[in-house]
Design a protein around this ligand. Structure first.
Ligand SMILES: *[C@@H]1O[C@H](CO)[C@@H](O)[C@H](O)[C@H]1NC(C)=O
Ligand SMILES: *[C@@H]1O[C@H](CO)[C@@H](O)[C@H](O)[C@H]1NC(C)=O
Ligand SMILES: *[C@@H]1O[C@H](CO)[C@@H](O)[C@H](O)[C@H]1NC(C)=O
Ligand SMILES: *[C@@H]1O[C@H](CO)[C@@H](O)[C@H](O)[C@H]1NC(C)=O
Ligand SMILES: *[C@@H]1O[C@H](CO)[C@@H](O)[C@H](O)[C@H]1NC(C)=O
Ligand SMILES: *[C@@H]1O[C@H](CO)[C@@H](O)[C@H](O)[C@H]1NC(C)=O
Ligand SMILES: *[C@@H]1O[C@H](CO)[C@@H](O)[C@H](O)[C@H]1NC(C)=O
Ligand SMILES: *[C@@H]1O[C@H](CO)[C@@H](O)[C@H](O)[C@H]1NC(C)=O
Ligand SMILES: *[C@@H]1O[C@H](CO)[C@@H](O)[C@H](O)[C@H]1NC(C)=O
Ligand SMILES: *[C@@H]1O[C@H](CO)[C@@H](O)[C@H](O)[C@H]1NC(C)=O
Length: 555
């Protein structure tokens, strides 16, 4: 393997064009048996279920050296290595980049596709499918972030200037420890989307595709949009699913989060009204929200005690009202399992708080923070935080009282590096944007906001629950292997068919307004968000019933 020398680095500094100093990128293809992804919290990938010496010929694993800091030349001290994997059919009709969002593992998806562990990409398997672990995660120069540095920030939200200052100091300590412990030196400030889109461009060049197709899920849509705005002539068919928009002020994002959580718990209520297996069946509209508030009140008086969590490191033995809020928000996110949530509330009302067992954050959760801090510009003062918190709590009808926006605001409050200005990112490409009415993780308002910046694009509104419509496609039954993200079998969604048709043909769908999906073509106006009680519940609307299986939350 050839490493560019330090001399090369200095020589390049003297040249006029830094761009010229990044040579044609070349992927190092490696034996996949030596690059097996670790299981992650959002996947139950199990290496003992397949034969490592007999991997499918469609699976390709690679590494690509890229500059850590793109404003400087590539050289040994300014280089990181990206891990990537592809599912490669014999005669691909083009390349499809997939980004699952947040700090979610990418490479593992290519494995799951090649090993037939997921049917999510069915209908798209004549594309070259490219996934990378975004820089700072998994096989792409994983950051070293200790899990406990953030714990002081997981308490109640600060409500005074002094409490805010304490939180900000905790943020400063956490960030400084990541800076100290991650390598190469300086990496923490170069794991933002502005670098990630350059990484994707390097991969495109290395694969020698003129244009790419891109399926960006959740935060992957933020990245795909920025790629499209940065390299417009490389854009072929782009789908943004569960949009994390550019330029949406944090104040507004938090209010959107609250509105989405309200709708999600109302959906649980609607589900219960319509399902005789619900322990609160027949109690009437709004009962689930009242029951949840009662659980909060009980825990406020005295935390639930969980003997099974005593003396463990993965769950806390006392469940406080704050834990209950945290766990409810977590469970409403991703693919909420309403039967499980409803049974959990019921058990807590009867003294058993095990559903609300909380525990320390996972590595993926923590790694996501520096990625996000690199992207988000906002006022880092108490007044701004307080105004958003007060407005949000005023509109919170559930008692959940937490938002991802506030958490990010606190965790990034002492971010010491410059971040790009928060601004709208208009894209005049013919893209497809997809949202679900009751997505609590990426409020559907965000997709509408993103659509306003993409006037030539179509908007698909799926009428139902869950984050990332595309992932709500058929998975294998648990006996058939390990599953991607959602651990249950849900039928094919109307919106998923539309997504796949667009990726396959490049033709935007026509307008429609049907039970499970509405499509708006460029120039139309989106109707108001559906009433949580008027859209059908059940499997076709995305509802999950995973029995006792925990459904992990992708972000
Ligand atoms: C992985 O699969 C093997 C063989 O099927 C099984 O024995 C083992 O329990 C599985 N491990 C996990 C963590 O699920
Ligand atoms: C794994 O694959 C190799 C090569 O095809 C084969 O020789 C071996 O028997 C397989 N092992 C198992 C456990 O199936
Ligand atoms: C996956 O399924 C396809 C189509 O059914 C089949 O051709 C392929 O051999 C399978 N691959 C593996 C690794 O089982
Ligand atoms: C925060 O840190 C600064 C500087 O280290 C210190 O002066 C200040 O007292 C700290 N504030 C609080 C509330 O802990
Ligand atoms: C980071 O490293 C500096 C210098 O080595 C040290 O003074 C500081 O205490 C470290 N901070 C943290 C939070 O690890
Ligand atoms: C990560 O940081 C910790 C200190 O918090 C250090 O002990 C450990 O060696 C580091 N790990 C790596 C892989 O750099
Ligand atoms: C936890 O450990 C302590 C000390 O070893 C012991 O006294 C206590 O009984 C344990 N608690 C439970 C619930 O196992
Ligand atoms: C409740 O069930 C009825 C009959 O199956 C159905 O028409 C209606 O859409 C359902 N409502 C909800 C909110 O699921
Ligand atoms: C009703 O709830 C049960 C679990 O409590 C679930 O298995 C079933 O699929 C639900 N029925 C409908 C129509 O959603
Ligand atoms: C869930 O687990 C409990 C205890 O382990 C068991 O009694 C119950 O039948 C399980 N429910 C389902 C739907 O599998």
């Amino acid at each position: 393997m050839h490493l560019p020398s330090r001399f090369f680095c200095i020589a390049a500094l003297l040249s006029f064009s830094i761009a010229r100093s990044i040579p044609q990128p070349e992927i190092r293809w490696i034996d996949c048996a030596n690059a097996v992804p670790e299981p992650t919290t959002s996947s139950t990938f199990n290496t003992s279920t397949f034969n490592l010496t007999d991997l499918p010929s469609t699976l390709h694993c690679g590494q690509l050296d890229v500059p850590m800091d793109y404003s400087k030349p590539l050289c040994e001290s300014n280089m990181i290595t990206l891990g990537l994997a592809m599912y490669r059919p014999v005669n691909p009709k083009g390349v499809l980049f997939f980004n699952p969002g947040g700090s979610d593992a990418g490479v593992i998806v290519a494995w799951e596709v090649a090993l037939n562990l997921t049917r999510t990409f069915e209908g798209l398997l004549d594309f070259d499918l490219l996934v990378i672990d975004v820089r700072g995660t998994f096989s792409s120069n994983q950051l070293n972030v200790s899990l406990d540095t953030l714990t002081p920030l997981l308490g109640p939200y600060p409500t005074t200037q002094n409490e805010f200052d304490i939180a900000k100091n905790a943020s400063a300590t956490a960030i400084q420890s990541w800076i100290n412990n991650s390598s190469p030196l300086g990496i923490i400030q170069h794991v933002g989307t502005k670098e990630v889109v350059q990484d994707y461009e390097q991969v495109r060049k290395a694969l020698r595709y003129e244009k790419i197709n891109f399926l960006g899920a959740s935060y992957g849509s933020f990245r795909a949009t920025q790629y499209a705005a940065t390299f417009p002539h490389r854009v072929n068919r782009f789908v943004l699913d569960s949009v994390a928009p550019h330029g949406r002020p944090f104040f507004q994002q938090a209010q959107d989060n609250i509105a989405a959580t309200n709708r999600a718990l109302q959906r649980a209520d609607a589900y219960c009204m319509n399902n005789s297996s619900c322990p609160f069946y027949g109690k009437g509209k709004g009962y689930v929200l009242e029951a949840f508030k009662q659980v909060l009140a009980i825990a406020k008086q005295a935390p639930f005690f969980l003997p099974d969590c005593a003396n463990t490191t993965f769950c806390y033995p006392y469940v406080t009202d704050l834990d209950i809020q945290t766990i409810m928000l977590l469970n409403l996110g991703g693919a909420p399992d309403f039967p499980n949530i409803l049974d959990g509330i019921y058990a807590a009302l009867n003294g058993n708080g095990v559903f609300f067992a909380d525990g320390p954050p996972s590595l993926e959760d923590v790694v996501a923070i520096p990625l996000l801090c690199n992207d988000y510009e906002f006022e880092r003062d108490f007044g701004t935080f307080q105004a958003s918190l007060e407005e949000g709590l005023k509109n919170d009808i559930t008692g959940v009282g937490q938002t991802q926006a506030w958490l990010i605001q606190l965790m990034c409050s002492a971010w010491p590096f410059p971040v790009p200005k928060s601004k709208l990112l208009p894209v005049d490409k013919k893209m497809l944007l997809v949202t679900a009415d009751f997505d609590p993780s990426a409020p559907t308002e965000w997709t509408t906001f993103g659509w306003e910046q993409a006037p030539d694009s179509a908007l698909v509104v799926r009428h139902g629950d869950d984050h990332v419509s595309f992932l709500r496609s058929p998975s294998l039954p648990p006996s058939g292997g390990q599953l991607l993200t959602s651990t249950t079998t849900v039928p094919d969604q109307a919106s998923t068919k539309i997504t796949k048709a667009f990726l396959n043909t490049g033709i935007l769908p026509g307008a429609q307004d049907s039970e499970f999906a509405s499509v708006y073509t460029p120039g139309m106006t989106r109707k108001p968000i559906s009433d949580p009680y008027s859209v059908p519940t059940g499997a076709l609307a995305g509802d999950v019933d995973s029995g006792n299986v925990t459904v992990e939350v992708p972000y």
